[in-house]
Design a binder for this molecule. Structure first.
Ligand SMILES: C[S@@+](CC[C@H](N)C(=O)[O-])C[C@H]1O[C@@H](n2cnc3c(N)ncnc32)[C@H](O)[C@@H]1O
Length: 339
C-alpha cells in the first residue's frame, strides 16, 4: 500500500492524483468554500477556549490541494492575526499545487512531514487517516491471520503487469493488538492500521497543549467486519474493490477502525472530548447560520449576479452534500484534547 500510494515515481499521490489534480474523488474541502468557513469556526472556538493566545498554530496534516487552508485564512476571524498555519503534505506534486493556492499568505508554511517542535494549537486531519498504510487480517479456523501480497505464477492482468495474489501468514503480537475482541466469523476481514497508530503518536508530540481534530469515515470493528466493503479503491471517479489491480493508478483507502484509534489517542496522552458525525459537528458549529447568511447575500446581490452572490447561493447545495448522512455527513469527527 505504501508503494502503491506514495512511491516517489509511481505512487498514486506522488504523481499528483487525489482530491484535486485528476479528481479521482471529492473531499469536503473540495465541495466549495463552506466547509472551510465552518472549520474556521471550529478553530476560533478552540483558540478562544485556550484564552485567545497571541500566537496559535494550526497544523493541517494531509492538506492535499491547500483548499481548506485557503478558506480558513480567507474567513477573517478573531484568530486571524494570531494564526501560524502549517500544511503538511507528503506528496511533492500536491505541495507544488499548494505553493500556488497559498502563495499569497505570509503566515503559511508548507511542509512534507510533521514539524519536530511542539506547540500550542490544533492539528486537523481531514481524510488523512484512511490513506495511511494498513495491513489486512482475516479470521480463519486457526484464528486471525495476516493477508499478505505475493506473486502468482499466471499473469492475469496483461503483459508486463505482475500477477499479485493474496497469501495468508501468521499474525505477530503487534498486529494482533490492533484487532479488538468480538465474536468474529470465519472469513471476516479487518484492516490493521499500523500507520494510524504511528501517526497519532507522532502528531501528539507536536501539540503540547491543544487539540487533535480527526475527520474520516470510520466504524467499530465488528460493524466493519459484518458490513465488509471497508477497503475501497478509486480510479477516475470509479469505485473498485481489488487493491491489487492497477497499483499506483488507484487510491487505496479503508474505513478507520475506531477502537484502536481511540486507544492510540489515549496512549498518546490525549483525552477524547467528543465523537460525533460530521453532520452533527457542522450543525453545532453554525452551518445553518452560514447558509442563511449566504442566502441573504444572494438575495441582496441577485440582480447584479456578482460572484459573491453566486457563492452565497451555492452554500445550501454545499451544506446538503456536507451533511448527507449517507455520504460526507456520516463521517466521524473526533476531537481529542490535552490541557
Ligand atoms: C484523501 S487525501 C485528503 C486531502 C485533504 N485533506 C482533503 O480533504 O481534500 C489524503 C492526503 O494525505 C496525504 N498524506 C498521506 N500520508 C501523509 C502523511 N503521512 N503526512 C502528510 N500527508 C500525507 C496524501 O498525499 C493526500 O494528499
Amino acid at each position: 500500500m505504501e508503494t502503491a500510494l506514495y512511491d516517489k515515481d509511481a505512487g498514486f499521490f506522488a504523481v499528483g492524483r487525489g482530491p484535486t489534480g485528476r479528481s479521482d474523488f471529492v473531499t469536503s474541502p473540495e465541495t466549495g468554500s463552506l466547509f472551510g468557513l465552518i472549520v474556521a469556526n471550529a478553530i476560533e472556538k478552540l483558540w478562544m477556549e485556550q484564552g485567545s493566545p497571541r500566537e496559535f498554530t494550526v497544523i493541517e496534516a494531509g492538506a492535499g490541494s491547500g483548499r481548506l487552508c485557503r478558506e480558513v485564512l480567507r474567513s477573517d476571524r478573531g484568530f486571524s492575526s494570531a494564526i501560524n498555519y502549517i500544511t503538511v503534505e507528503r506528496s511533492e506534486a500536491l505541495r507544488q499545487v499548494q505553493e500556488v493556492t497559498l502563495g499569497k499568505f505570509s503566515n503559511v508554511s508548507i511542509l512534507a512531514d510533521l514539524p519536530d517542535s511542539s506547540t500550542s494549537g490544533v492539528i486537523i486531519a481531514n481524510e488523512l487517516l484512511d490513506n495511511l498504510a494498513f495491513d489486512v487480517a482475516e479470521f480463519t479456523t486457526e484464528g486471525w491471520a495476516e493477508v499478505r501480497v505475493g506473486l502468482g505464477s499466471e499473469n492475469v492482468a496483461g503483459a508486463g503487469t505482475p500477477n499479485f495474489v493474496e497469501v495468508l501468514a501468521p499474525l505477530d503480537a503487534e498486529h494482533r493488538s490492533l484487532i479488538p475482541e468480538f465474536a468474529a466469523r470465519i472469513g471476516d476481514r479487518l484492516p490493521m492500521q499500523v500507520g494510524i497508530v504511528e501517526w497519532i503518536a507522532r502528531a501528539a508530540e507536536c501539540i503540547e497543549t491543544g487539540a487533535i481534530v480527526i475527520i474520516d469515515y470510520a466504524g467499530n470493528a465488528e460493524d466493519l467486519a459484518r458490513r465488509g466493503g471497508w477497503l475501497r479503491t478509486y480510479r477516475d471517479h470509479t469505485r473498485g474493490s481489488n487493491p491489487l489491480m492497477h497499483p499506483g493508478e488507484s487510491d487505496v483507502t479503508s474505513d478507520v477502525v475506531l477502537e484502536p484509534l481511540r486507544d492510540a489517542i489515549v496512549a498518546a496522552g490525549f483525552r477524547i472530548e467528543s465523537e460525533t458525525t460530521q453532520a452533527e459537528w457542522l450543525l453545532g458549529l453554525g452551518i445553518d447560520e452560514e447558509v442563511a447568511s449566504g442566502e441573504a447575500t444572494w438575495l441582496a446581490g441577485a440582480a447584479r449576479g456578482d460572484l459573491e452572490a453566486l457563492i452565497g447561493r451555492s452554500r445550501a447545495t454545499e451544506a446538503a452534500i456536507l451533511t448527507d448522512p449517507e455520504g460526507l455527513g456520516g463521517f466521524t469527527v473526533i476531537i481529542a484534547r490535552r490541557e
